[in-house]
Design a protein around this ligand. Structure first.
Ligand code: AMP
Ligand code: ZN
Length: 468
């Protein structure tokens, strides 16, 4: 399995630190508003990375943080006249709802910056002890030049950075020893959340969060560190400097960065105002379609968001689902059980699809090529099955199609509506259970129906039901 490593600018064979295991850290969103569909791109592509590693037998520890203390959160809290915790908690919940709708699985751990402050203080103390950090009037800075490897991820030359930043040096406002130094701890300002520290009340710098949380939940060395390409500099460069200086070891072995989602060929971002939230898009399209749209491009290629491309993705996804339905129909019609001779021969071709799919994914997670293989399989299913096909044959095809789609987080199961007669039978069973004081069973039936979108209403005239 090969991964393009931003650090070495090459595709490299993935060799985990511990055989069969993978520790992945993905920088998560700052929670001050609904996430936009640009933010959804890293969530979807790295969730797919995780699913693929699991499918290939790895035990994955997937850690993705929520940045819940930040200027933007504080600004929003002040505008609404509430505590910043109200804002961050609200948008963490909303973000989780969007992730669910995009079929992005919950991380193994979703640490929050505000809950990890003691460890952040500890890392700053270590950096001060090692002379990698210093305090001036309540602010602690990282001594960037002291870290020899600075610039290795972004390919920036430290001297070029220095001349670019010279204006800061002469402004006189800055107390840093060097304009390249960045903040590890900043002092409290009126109306801002703060924590006690040896340098006075204040809060941590953004870069420090990820160094501390990845260390705590994965370890000093992590297998894969990922995020959007805008994070390469300065965020990830600074994370490397802090972590490697504090831990005396390599920080992350593979660095993966997704390219941007664009709109009219401009980067989609909050600051440019040219964004759509996942919530808005979810009103227009099934978010499965958006996930499929994102995976139709390689994660390192820029992707332009347009109604035409989303429409094309919708049609593609429908083709896959129609094929899956055809198989389901053969299975439920149950005309012949066992495979015929010609079907047995056809089944031997199935591993080829899986192998081709794996080869595409092994090549730096080329989901675009992997989807092309799924379409080849769909064509095979459509031409080689008919009403007379056996259940066994249809099941074998269905299993392969479902497995490959699942790796991409694409659901092909179409829930059939429960027929009215079956609903009535379940309601009758529930009434009987209640009569026998078997409330557990009665509740079970109510919840089962609720899962299928059937709402029960107990009235004087009896039980009424409706579809949600
Ligand atoms: P932020 O909340 O701005 O820190 O962003 C959270 C994640 O979304 C980061 O990994 C960003 O790199 C990523 N991101 C932000 N905008 C886009 C975009 N337009 N396309 C792809 N990724 C993005
Ligand atoms: Zn980060």
């Amino acid at each position: 399995m090969k991964i393009y490593n931003t650090l070495t600018r090459k595709k490299e064979e993935f060799v985990p630190i511990n055989e069969g295991k993978a520790g992945i850290y993905v920088c998560g969103p700052t929670v001050y508003d609904y996430i936009h569909i640009g933010n959804a791109r890293p969530m979807i592509v790295f969730d797919t990375l995780r699913r693929y590693l699991e499918y290939r037998g790895y035990e994955v520890n997937y850690v993705s943080n929520f940045t819940d203390v930040d200027d933007k959160i504080i600004k929003r809290a002040n505008e609404e006249g509430v505590d910043s915790k109200v804002i961050s908690e609200r948008y963490i919940e909303e973000c989780k709802k969007d992730m669910k709708a995009l079929n992005v699985r919950e991380a193994t751990v979703h640490p929050k910056a505000t809950e990890e402050i003691p460890d952040m203080i500890k890392m700053i103390e270590e950096l001060i002890n090692k002379d990698y950090a210093y305090e001036v009037n309540g602010t602690v800075y990282f001594r960037t030049r002291k870290f020899r490897g600075y610039g290795k991820l972004s390919g920036k030359n430290i001297d070029d950075l220095r001349s670019g930043n010279r204006s800061l040096l002469v402004s006189g406002e800055d107390e840093k020893e060097d304009p390249l130094d960045f903040v590890l701890w900043k002092p409290k300002k009126e109306g801002e959340p703060s924590w006690e520290s040896p340098w006075g009340d204040g809060r941590p710098g953004w870069h420090l969060e990820c160094s501390v949380m990845s260390k705590k939940y994965i370890g000093d060395v992590i297998d894969i560190h990922a995020g959007g390409e805008d994070l390469i500099f300065p965020h990830h460069e600074n994370e490397i400097a802090q972590s490697e200086a504090a831990n005396d070891t390599e920080f992350a072995r593979y660095w993966m960065h997704n390219a941007f989602l664009k709109i009219n060929n401009e980067k989609m971002s909050k600051s440019l105002g040219n964004f759509f939230t996942v919530r808005e898009i979810g009103e227009k399209y099934d978010l499965q379609v958006i996930r499929f749209f994102m995976l139709n491009a390689h994660y390192r290629s820029p992707l332009n968001f347009s109604a035409d491309l989303v429409e094309a993705s919708k049609n593609g996804l429908d083709r896959i689902k129609t094929s899956a339905e055809k198989l389901q129909e053969i299975i439920s019609a149950n005309k012949s059980a066992e495979m015929k001779e010609d079907e047995k021969n056809l089944v031997e071709k199935l591993p080829e699809y899986t192998e081709k799919f794996n080869a595409a994914m092994d090549d730096d997670f080329n989901t675009a090529d992997a989807i092309a293989v799924i379409f080849e399989l769909v064509k095979f299913i459509n031409t080689e099955t008919n009403e007379e096909s056996s259940v066994e044959f249809a099941e074998k095809l269905y299993n392969v199609l479902e497995t490959l789609c699942n790796v991409l987080g694409i659901e092909i199961k179409t829930e059939k509506e429960l027929p009215d007669a079956e609903i009535q039978a379940l309601i009758d069973e529930r009434q009987a259970a209640r009569k026998n004081k078997d409330f557990k069973r009665a509740d079970e039936i109510r919840n089962m129906l609720l899962d299928k979108g059937i709402i029960l209403e107990d009235t004087r005239e009896g039980v009424r039901w409706k579809r949600a």
